[in-house]
Design a protein around this ligand. Structure first.
Ligand code: C2O
Ligand code: CU
Ligand code: CU
Length: 456
């Protein structure tokens, strides 16, 4: 049933399609003139991968890789992806963090109909912001993301950033056992708590890899949390690292410090000064090693620290006239009536309402309506003992303050709301549509912690 990489490529030739980008080729650099309809052709298909040495895992891949092929485009330019579904079930692609029109947002029955097996869908939108983003389905998310349908989308700055070297590190834990077989992506007992964790860590699809970096250079590391559940406590001990961007938006460069908590869906961009050749730096999740960064000799002149990255063109909320809205995230603790008939559990709710993942009509009942171009402050209150990475589609928001920590205000699309934390975020509602607003712990999102916010 699984398709090998060669079959994938052969199948493409049969389709007579040009523009396939394999093996992480930076295709946009050499975009041929005659590709009239798309820049990338991206296939979702089963692919056996070797996560546990000597064993096969029946993953699902984008572009022959799990995590998926890294897509790239330039800020302000169009990204056109012909997406072909070769899975045995329906799916969509959502472009996490990209401020785009609703029709391109990948939410089933709202943005588009699900892409059925054998069908294709052309995504076509402008990427207004430079930074590290990612893409994933918005259908059967627990299993589809769990099997590997997650991939980086890098939007390059219009002008050179000052970094001569960069690496993308896609972080994901796999729900597999010691023989590489998948275990449950969601266990109700865990969904009602912090979410069901996978046990096998990986960086770019490999458990505990060694990544080589050029000695003496300042390298841009793009770390993406593409995991279903886990918040990584990122540590890079023994090396000078500075934060350049959070979740796709530049910040004033500052030291990484002891650790940074990167929740599901979140990204961080670091500048790292690579030490002398031969040194090994562990990239850790708390006490656990995720990867080893190995410094190798480089003939280049030593690099220097680039200046701050250019801010993205996001409208600045005017707090003096902003309207305040409150969103409570809490544990519902109930099992919905439908469960005995195979319906979804509802363990979580936003402002007293649990989203039912099986009920297409939920999108017709937005929990808030914003006026187009209105200014808003959202008060996000976590009334539970578990943290929730709160994500909004379609618009970025500015994190203002928290009752738990000191915030230097910054723009993001996902905020990790800690246990019992209350935070204030603000935005200008400049993108008309109905936008999903949810926790990015997939188990939470699929058991109630999702809502729609309408902008009219
Ligand atoms: Cu990564 Cu609905 O989002
Ligand atoms: Cu999103
Ligand atoms: Cu949550």
């Amino acid at each position: 049933m699984s398709v090998t990489r060669r079959q994938l490529l052969a199948g493409l030739a049969g389709l007579g399609v040009i523009g396939f980008s394999a093996g992480g080729v930076r295709y946009w650099l050499g975009r041929p003139e005659d590709v009239a309809t798309h820049d990338y052709e991206l296939i979702a298909a089963p692919l056996d991968v070797e996560l546990v040495p000597g064993f096969k895992t029946p993953a699902w891949a984008y572009g022959g890789q799990a995590p998926g092929l890294e897509l790239r485009c330039r800020q302000g330019e169009r990204l056109r992806v012909r997406f072909i579904n070769r899975l045995s079930e329906a799916t969509t692609i959502h472009w996490h963090g990209i401020r785009l029109p609703l029709e391109m947002d990948g939410v089933p029955y709202l943005s588009q109909l699900p892409v059925l097996p054998g069908e294709y869908f052309d995504y076509d939108f402008i990427c207004p912001d430079a930074g590290s983003f990612w893409y994933h389905p918005h259908t059967a998310s627990g299993e589809q993301l769990g099997r590997g349908l997650v991939g980086p989308l890098i939007v390059e700055e219009r002008a050179p950033s000052g970094f001569r070297h960069e690496r993308t590190l896609s972080l994901k834990h796999w729900h597999v056992d010691k023989q590489g077989a998948f275990t449950a992506f969601s266990v109700p007992r865990e969904a009602a708590r912090g979410g069901t964790p996978g046990l096998l860590s990986s960086v770019n699809g490999t458990h505990n890899p060694t990544l080589e970096l050029p000695a003496g250079q300042v390298v841009r590391l793009r770390l993406l949390n593409l995991d279903n559940t886990l918040t990584y406590r990122l540590m890079l001990p023994g090396v000078e690292a500075r934060i350049y961007a959070l979740d796709g938006n530049p910040v004033e460069p500052r030291p990484l410090g002891k650790e940074y908590w990167l929740g599901p869906g979140m990204r961080i961009e670091l500048g790292v000064r690579v030490p002398e050749a031969g040194r090994e730096i562990p990239l850790r999740n708390g006490p656990l090693r995720l990867a080893t960064l190995k410094s190798v000799a480089s003939s280049e002149t030593p690099g220097s620290w680039p200046p701050a990255l250019q801010a993205n063109p996001i409208a600045e909320p005017d707090l003096s006239r902003a309207e305040k809205m409150r969103f409570n995230f809490e544990w519902a603790g109930a099992v919905s009536v439908g469960v005995e008939q195979g319906g979804a559990h509802s363990f979580w709710q936003i402002n007293g309402q649990a989203w039912d993942i099986d009920d297409k009509s939920c999108v017709e009942r937005p929990i808030a309506t914003l006026n187009k171009d209105g200014h808003y402050i959202f008060e996000l209150r976590n009334l539970s003992q578990y943290q929730h990475p709160i994500h909004l589609h379609g618009m970025s928001f500015k994190v203002l303050s928290s009752n738990r920590k000191t915030i230097t205000p910054y723009f993001t699309d996902t905020y990790l709301l800690g246990k019992n934390e209350t935070a204030q975020v603000a935005l200008v509602a400049d993108n008309p549509g109905i936008w999903m607003f949810h926790c990015h712990v997939i188990d939470h999102m699929e058991t109630g912690l999702m809502a729609a916010i309408e902008v009219v």
